[in-house]
Ligand binder design. Sequence first.
Ligand SMILES: [Zn+2]
Length: 220
Amino acid sequence: MASHASSRVAKLAILSESPADEAAFGILIESVLERPFVRVRANLRARGWPSVLQVLPAVIRHLHFNTDAQGLVVVVDSDDSVVHTEAHDAPDYFHPQCRMCRLRATFRQTVKRLPPARGRERVLRGVGLAVPAVEAWYLCGRDARVTEDAWVNGQARGVLPYTRGQLKERIYGTDRPSLEYALRRAVVEVERFRRDTRRLEHDFPGFAALARDLRSWNLG
Ligand SMILES: [Zn+2]
């Protein structure tokens, strides 16, 4: 029985813009996977969007050859960039200003050159896009006006419904929280989704896309 139980534990790595968010992402990932996971450390850390994109190929290669990680979850903020839509999901489509499209393309290009290693074909992909920033996810269910739709409509009209600073202010009481305090607040907020992420998936398609990736993983 012990071996059965341990086979249910997934092994995965998380790469995001800040370590403050990774504990909260861990809770969301377990909720979607409906199983616990062991965190595999990536070889590099990132700070902010461009650095996530830059280190991604090296992180994938490291996990593939040097670890037993089954998958890698990458989450970034959209900030002011183009928000991923269903239209971007068309075969062979790629929006150069969309961070989700760019992360997926980098993933694809990196894994396709790698030979099987450590008993698996490739490291599985999970990509999420927090619109406009992860603090919007943390407000989900507490303020019905904070949704990905509200942001996208605001972008289209040129009148943003809120700023990223305002979202941070509401979660942390400041737009420059300490790492430790940010981590604690993030974990408290995602507790609402520990057993059910449906509301978050509904209000934030950039999270739903990550949930779809995770549910497509065949972890055995
Ligand atoms: Zn896209």
